[in-house]
Design a protein around this ligand. Structure first.
Ligand SMILES: Nc1ncnc2c1ncn2[C@@H]1O[C@H](COP(=O)(O)OP(=O)(O)O)[C@@H](O)[C@H]1O
Ligand SMILES: [Mg+2]
Length: 223
């Protein structure tokens, strides 16, 4: 099985001197294509820090991160967005949709970053909305969607770059039971049917049955 993300001896320290705080301490972790890996742990254990580093949003203090075989921890600021754009889709707990754009336009905006515009973008955006079960919601505004629908728009948007890796930080935290399941269903589909490496940070026990692997983190260490 291909290793999509490989993390070795990862450390992350926030702040300096007296106020320095080690949020990650010697973390080793692999995410594989075609699998859902759940990252579970109590609040403050380092989950967001870890998934942000894997998603090339945050830099580690020490250790190595390989994305599809390529070391990224030393890439400079200008090179990291390209790695993110081409290989990694990221879904946040809070949806982060633009309220003045329709659901479909939110997805099109991400396609624009990949250089896809006009009719081709519209077609692709419709396809992605379809993949997450929202084909009828193209012209709806975020305010008129349920939490679960908004989160699925966020997943469609994360798929804009056709990434091999999809990372989600507490994607069901703001959702009711049924909506949470729909979101997890989609994430599992993307791993099992489309071969993506899916990493989900959660402390939602509903997610357990969707996991191929479960990794526990506590005080910045994998248990
Ligand atoms: N920017 C930051 N500056 C200082 N400390 C931080 C920062 N971000 C997170 N932390 C601390 O690092 C620890 C891990 O945080 P986080 O990765 O957000 O954990 P989790 O997502 O598991 O709740 C917490 O103690 C948190 O307070
Ligand atoms: Mg967190």
């Amino acid at each position: 099985m291909q290793t999509a993300i490989e993390v070795r001896d990862l450390e992350k320290t926030y702040g300096q001197g007296e106020t320095a705080f080690r949020a990650l301490d010697g973390v080793n972790l692999d995410l594989h294509a075609g699998q859902v890996t759940l990252l579970m742990g109590p609040s403050g254990s380092g989950k967001t820090t870890l998934v942000s580093i894997m998603g090339c949003i945050l830099r580690p203090t020490a250790g190595t991160v390989r994305v599809l075989g390529r070391e990224v921890q030393n890439l400079d600021e200008s090179a990291l967005p390209a790695v993110r754009l081409n290989h990694i889709g990221f879904v946040f707990q809070g949806f982060n949709l633009f309220p003045t754009l329709t659901a479909g336009e939110n997805v099109e905006l991400a396609l624009d970053l990949k250089g896809l515009r006009g009719r081709a973008a519209r077609r692709r955006s419709e396809e992605l909305m379809d993949q997450v079960g929202l084909s009828g919601k193209y012209t709806s505004f975020p305010a008129d969607l349920s939490g679960g629908q908004k989160q699925r728009v966020a997943i469609a948007r994360a798929l804009a770059g056709d990434p091999a890796i999809l990372l989600a930080d507490e994607p069901t935290a703001a959702l009711d039971f049924a909506s949470g399941r729909l979101v997890l269903d989609r994430l599992r589909d993307l791993a099992h049917r489309r071969g993506r490496a899916v990493g989900i940070v959660t402390h939602d026990n509903r997610a357990l049955e969707y996991a191929d692997r479960i990794v526990h983190i506590e005080d910045g260490r994998i248990q």
